[in-house]
Each structure stands twice: as structure tokens, then as C-alpha cells.
Design a protein around this ligand. Structure first.
Ligand SMILES: Nc1ncnc2c1ncn2[C@@H]1O[C@H](COP(=O)(O)OP(=O)(O)OP(=O)(O)O)[C@@H](O)[C@H]1O
Length: 357
């Protein structure tokens, strides 16, 4: 018959997917005891790790049931009261949107389609707002392509966790004049993308409320592309000052953007306006030339049709992409470039609208 110490040792290999640390070291597995062929322990996951519960339970069962004398495993839930309240709403029971203490306004950046430059817009918008003197946070909730850590040069950094057990809170990472938290800093990059959707729905609220954002004028949320559960979860969780919809001038992108606009309208979320990205190509050696390689006029006609402002047309410029890849957004790296000036103008309009609401 195995001893309690041996059973604990068996559980040592279960790790938090984000930090790679053992759950025993993190104090998430507690009070293991053996009772007549049954192993019982308490699993107390912090809010941001709730999405890992299923995998952890499975691993723990498999590890313990292999041991001599253990026929069954009973797992007691050690969830935080706050986590339970928030989690309950995450599973379909609506509760009224709840402001984030210290965060004055939340806006989202959304796109109907992937690859149109939504994250580039979210990151540069956030940087420009910060450059204009505002306290800004960026929540990268794009679980399918969490690019903000790369774009802000903080790839590989893990947000510190403060507090114990149920009151654990993430400390956002400071970079480029703003505070940021990204799914990309917490998920295992090797994890199959199909597992991430269900994870996101359960934890988006925790990302909003269980991060030490401090006092922010504005929290910018980079949503996953499309019209899925993430948008719904966010809209139901927090009162939103509005959403910026990013598109390219291409017909296919515009069609998807139209669907996104309709969804936000249905959810009664204010549409701050449309950003047309990659409006024209500016060759590096001919900064005065404009080549509308994805067509032209699309953003404008969509804005007219939806009766919302066309907030910006961002040129396709090599330095935008280079800034993203090198962790120094163009708004900071080349503030006088055409794209950076367009982002700065976008930031002014967004703030004007938010501040007047
Ligand atoms: N205006 C631009 N000029 C040059 N490159 C750009 C521009 N906008 C975006 N890019 C580049 O296009 C690529 C896709 O951009 P980004 O990751 O922002 O798109 P996305 O819509 O967030 O994609 P996904 O939703 O799939 O994550 C990146 O390499 C980015 O650097």
C-alpha cells in the first residue's frame, strides 16, 4: 500500500501550463489523504488557471490510480468565492456587467476576419493613447493568435502572480508605456488551438478582474477575430465604452466586418468606428507614392452603410510589420511615419468619443 508521501511524489509531475511549475509547489494541490483505497485531495486553482482544470484532473487521476492500493480518486474543489461568482456567469447564467475597479473605460478592437492587422491596430492604438498621456492597459485576448507579447517585445516573460490561493492576482507586464497581459504569456504554445476556445470562454472574466491593472484611463482588449463566444463573454462581463472594427479594403474582409458590426449592434455595444488597414502600399524608396493593392473605398463605404465614422486609413508600410516583429511598435519606433501619424489620429478620435460618453 502506497504512503501519502509517495502519492504526493507521484503528483509532482503535474505542471501549470503557463509557468511550467509543479502544482504542488504552487500550492494548488492540498490536503492529500488516503482513505481505504481512495485518494482524496483538494484542487484550488486560481481564476486564470481554471481552463486547465480538466487536464489537471485527468492527469491526477491517471497518476494516482496507477499506485498500489489506490482504486479511486476524489477531488475536492477549493475554488475562491470570487472565482465561483465570476465563473458561474461564465457558464451561462447572466449577471449584470460589472466594472473593473480602477479601470475607467474598456474598449475592444475586433475584426471579422483573421490577418487584417487587428493586433497591429490594437497595439499601436494602445501605444498612441499612452503617448498622449493616458494610463493604458492592453488585454490580448486573441487566444488563436496572441501576438501582443511579440509586438511589445515581452515574449517569454511570465506575469508575476501575487497573493495566495483564491486571492491570487496577475501582475501585468509593463512595456512601451503600457501595462499588458496576454493569453500568449499563459498558454503553452504547443497546445492544440482547438483546446483554446473552450478555455477562453471560461477565463476571459478572470482576465478582466483578476489582474492588478491599477488605475487605468482605458483598457484596450484585442479580441479574437470573428463573431464568437469571446465577444459575447466580454460584452456580458464588463460595461464597454465601444468597439473599433478593423478591416482591409478587400471585399471578403468587408463582408466579415459587416457581420461583426451587426453582432456588436445586437449586443448594444457602441461602435466607435471603422479602421481600414493596409489601405495603400507605400514603397520604402518612394514615400510619396500610394498603391491601393487591396482596392480602395471599401472602408469608407462600409462606414457610410453602417453610419459610423471611418476613424483611420492605415497604410501598408514595411516599418509597421518590422516594428511588430521587433517588439517596438511603429507608433514608438517611427512616430513621424505615415502609419504612426494615422495611429495617433485614431487614438485622439477614440479618446474623444470615449471621454464624451
Ligand atoms: N499596415 C500594415 N503595414 C505592414 N504590415 C502590416 C500592417 N498591418 C499588419 N501588418 C502585418 O500583417 C501581419 C498580420 O497582422 P496582425 O497580426 O496584426 O493581424 P491580425 O488581424 O491580428 O491577425 P490574427 O487575428 O490572425 O491574429 C503581421 O505580420 C503585421 O506585422
Amino acid at each position: 500500500m502506497v504512503s501519502t508521501d509517495e502519492a504526493l511524489k507521484a503528483l509532482e509531475s503535474i505542471q501549470d501550463a503557463g509557468s511550467g511549475r509543479s502544482l504542488l509547489d504552487l500550492g494548488w494541490i492540498n490536503q492529500l489523504r488516503l482513505q481505504q483505497g481512495r485518494a482524496v485531495f483538494q484542487l484550488a486553482l486560481p481564476a486564470f488557471a481554471q481552463g486547465q482544470r480538466e487536464r489537471i484532473v485527468k492527469e491526477a487521476r491517471e497518476l494516482l490510480e496507477q499506485l498500489d492500493g489506490i482504486d479511486s480518486v476524489q477531488i475536492e474543489l477549493g475554488a475562491a468565492p470570487q472565482t465561483q461568482a465570476i465563473g458561474a456567469a461564465g457558464h451561462g447564467q447572466l449577471q449584470p456587467p460589472q466594472a473593473i475597479p480602477g479601470v475607467a473605460r474598456v474598449i475592444a478592437v475586433s475584426s471579422g476576419k483573421g490577418g487584417v492587422g487587428k493586433s497591429t491596430v490594437a497595439v499601436n492604438l494602445a501605444c498612441s493613447l499612452a503617448q498622449q498621456g493616458l494610463k493604458v492597459g492592453l488585454l490580448d485576448a486573441d487566444i488563436y493568435g496572441p501576438n501582443a507579447p511579440t509586438m511589445l517585445g515581452v515574449e517569454g516573460q511570465t506575469p508575476a502572480v501575487e497573493g495566495e490561493g483564491s486571492s491570487q492576482r496577475l501582475t501585468p507586464i509593463a512595456s512601451c508605456g503600457l501595462l499588458m497581459v496576454s493569453m500568449g504569456l499563459l498558454i503553452n504554445p504547443d497546445q492544440p488551438v482547438v483546446w483554446r476556445g473552450p478555455m477562453l470562454n471560461g477565463i476571459i472574466r478572470q482576465f478582466l478582474y483578476q489582474v492588478n491593472w491599477g488605475n487605468l484611463d482605458l483598457l484596450v482588449v484585442d479580441l479574437p477575430p470573428g463573431t464568437g463566444d469571446a465577444q459575447l463573454s466580454l460584452a456580458q462581463a464588463v460595461p464597454m465604452a465601444g468597439v473599433v472594427v478593423v478591416t482591409t479594403p478587400q471585399k471578403v474582409a468587408l463582408q466579415d466586418a459587416r457581420r461583426g458590426l451587426a453582432m456588436f449592434r445586437q449586443m448594444n455595444i457602441a461602435i466607435l468606428g471603422i479602421v481600414e488597414n493596409m489601405s495603400w502600399f507605400i514603397p520604402p524608396d518612394q514615400p510619396e507614392r500610394r498603391y491601393p493593392i487591396f482596392g480602395s473605398g471599401g472602408g469608407n463605404s462600409l462606414a457610410e452603410e453602417a453610419q459610423v465614422p471611418l476613424l483611420a486609413q492605415i497604410p501598408l508600410e514595411l516599418p509597421v510589420q518590422q516594428g511588430g516583429d521587433q517588439g517596438r511598435p511603429i507608433s514608438l519606433a517611427q512616430p513621424e511615419s505615415a502609419a504612426a501619424l494615422a495611429f495617433a489620429n485614431l487614438a485622439r478620435q477614440v479618446w474623444q468619443q470615449c471621454a464624451s460618453n
